[in-house]
Design a protein around this ligand. Structure first.
Ligand SMILES: Cc1cc2nc3c(=O)[nH]c(=O)nc-3n(C[C@H](O)[C@H](O)[C@H](O)COP(=O)(O)OP(=O)(O)OC[C@H]3O[C@@H](n4cnc5c(N)ncnc54)[C@H](O)[C@@H]3O)c2cc1C
Length: 182
């Protein structure tokens, strides 16, 4: 399963082209934001399983569904509020932008995290980046072999996504144009 791509699995089982198109569009636009030829079947299965919880097994419906599923709730005001509120709590003076970490070194039970602009000493470090980016940091001592292989082999998808923010004023106009055209 780790060697088979999601695409080859789907193509071997779904013969109706319309269904294939529908499934690929769902994966591309709302579930993984990637082409089905990129993830393995095993990754997709683990992703579906991760949509479960202690009482309900994971399913595709829970990934795309609304009530009780992934699209159940949104943050009033936008997801960015999470980062904004966290930044306020931490204090602007403790946040360094445009300062990519180049090296993490463990010495005497403490980590030194180094960028071009500063060095920070810490008891614990959380590297919260995608595996390929995390793999660009130099670690001393080296990462365990298994983790190093993960950062080398878990590539990111190659799709971008954009949202168009329609103002309130535009929406009724667009509806009116559509009605006129109909
Ligand atoms: C195309 C696309 C569409 C998506 N659509 C959705 C969606 O509709 N809904 C949804 O819920 N999720 C969506 N996701 C997933 C969502 O974006 C991620 O799950 C989320 O952004 C992960 O957050 P994160 O903080 O873990 O990592 P990231 O958002 O990747 O943040 C990592 C941060 O690390 C910084 N960084 C990189 N290198 C260094 C370095 N050397 N030193 C210091 N900092 C560094 C980066 O600049 C970045 O700010 C989508 C993802 C993609 C790619």
């Amino acid at each position: 399963m780790g060697r088979m791509t999601l695409k080859s699995f789907l193509e071997a089982r779904i013969t109706l082209q319309d269904w294939l198109f529908l499934f690929e569009t769902a994966i591309r636009s709302s579930i993984l934001s990637t082409e089905t030829k990129e993830p393995s079947l095993l990754y997709m299965l683990s992703y579906i399983a991760a949509a479960g919880n202690q009482t309900t097994p994971g399913s595709i419906n829970r990934l795309v569904g609304a009530t009780g599923s992934a699209q159940d709730s949104r943050i009033n005001g936008g997801t960015q509020l999470l980062a904004t509120a966290l930044a306020e709590k931490l204090g602007a003076q403790n946040i360094y932008l445009d300062s990519p970490v180049g090296k993490v070194k463990l010495n005497g039970g403490r980590y030194t995290v180094m960028s071009n602009r500063l060095q920070v000493s810490a008891k614990h470090v959380v590297v919260a980046m995608s595996p390929p980016l995390a793999g660009q940091i130099s670690y001393d001592p080296l990462l365990p072999a298994g983790r190093d292989q993960l950062t080398q082999r878990m590539l990111m998808g190659s799709i971008g996504k954009g949202d168009r923010n329609l103002s309130q004023a535009l929406v009724p106009e667009a509806r009116a144009e559509r009605t006129a055209a109909e």
